[in-house]
Write a protein that binds this ligand. Structure first.
Ligand SMILES: [Zn+2]
Length: 256
């Protein structure tokens, strides 16, 4: 099963200059492709209990990182049109209303969701997870900082939405075994990475790999992304790097 990862979904009037942005019309084409090809979006508890298939053949998970306001304005109506759910990972310091951790021109200064948007989407079946409290590279934090980031993030998520489970997505996809242990101890139920983790999500619920979606909507692109080819290619690349000890750069940097 494939987990798609998005960040921003911008209005069609905005020029897309970043790989982290998909235009609303291309996002709609992507969702239309999934819908036409029989995909459906199981809830996270179904996934975690290992029974995402029901009677239908093609489960897929749609995720968004950071929690941009445009997820509410542009992605949410399209998701509703096709009857899809999604999982949005929030940076949970709600005292800030725009992205403060990235440089402008990338995703910096882009407006974030406010709690009332989150609650209104939650009522309509969108699920939420934590994406840390302040978007640091978690492997670079010491044990105390790491524990605090996770504790504050989980608390803030739980006081904003009512859910029976708490997933997390690692900022920048950076994760190592120490981070995974801390995430488990903090009470999260699963963790989403980007280009790391086993081929099957159920082999390690704390390092679920995702497929990076960009602003394209050709048939071949969507076939490659949705049917698992990209998932397989990225997993093979990661496995080769792991074999030669090339992964975990952030962890080595921290130790240096
Ligand atoms: Zn992020």
């Amino acid at each position: 099963m494939v987990v798609l990862m998005y960040h921003r979904v911008c209005p069609d009037s905005e020029e897309v200059t970043s790989r982290y942005v998909v235009s609303k019309s291309n996002f709609r084409k992507q969702m239309e492709f999934l819908s036409r090809n029989g995909y459906y979006t199981p809830t996270l508890d179904k996934l975690l209990h290992g029974t995402p298939k029901e009677n239908r053949s093609r489960p897929i998970v749609i995720t968004f990182d950071d929690g941009y306001l445009d997820n509410y304005e542009n992605a949410f109506p399209v998701l509703q049109e096709f009857g899809f759910s999604a999982l949005i990972f929030l940076v949970t310091d709600f005292s800030r209303s725009a992205n403060w951790w990235d440089r402008p021109g990338r995703l910096g200064n882009v407006d974030l969701l406010r709690p009332h948007h989150i609650q209104s989407m939650s009522k309509a079946g969108i699920q939420f997870g934590a994406h840390s409290f302040s978007h640091p590279r978690l492997p670079e934090l010491d044990d105390n900082e790491l524990g605090e980031e996770l504790r504050k993030s989980k608390l803030s998520l739980e006081s904003t939405v009512e859910q029976s489970f708490s997933p997390i997505a690692y900022p920048y996809g950076c994760v190592d075994n120490r981070v995974k242990d801390a995430v488990r101890r903090a009470g999260f139920h699963c963790g989403f990475a980007v280009y790391s983790g086993p081929l099957s999500y159920s082999s390690d619920l704390f390092e679920i790999r995702r497929v990076f979606m960009t602003n394209r909507a050709s048939f071949l692109y969507l076939l490659y992304k949705a049917y698992g080819a990209d998932h397989l290619v990225q997993w093979a690349l990661w496995s080769v790097k792991k074999l030669f000890g090339l992964q975990d750069r952030s962890r080595r940097k921290r130790q240096m």
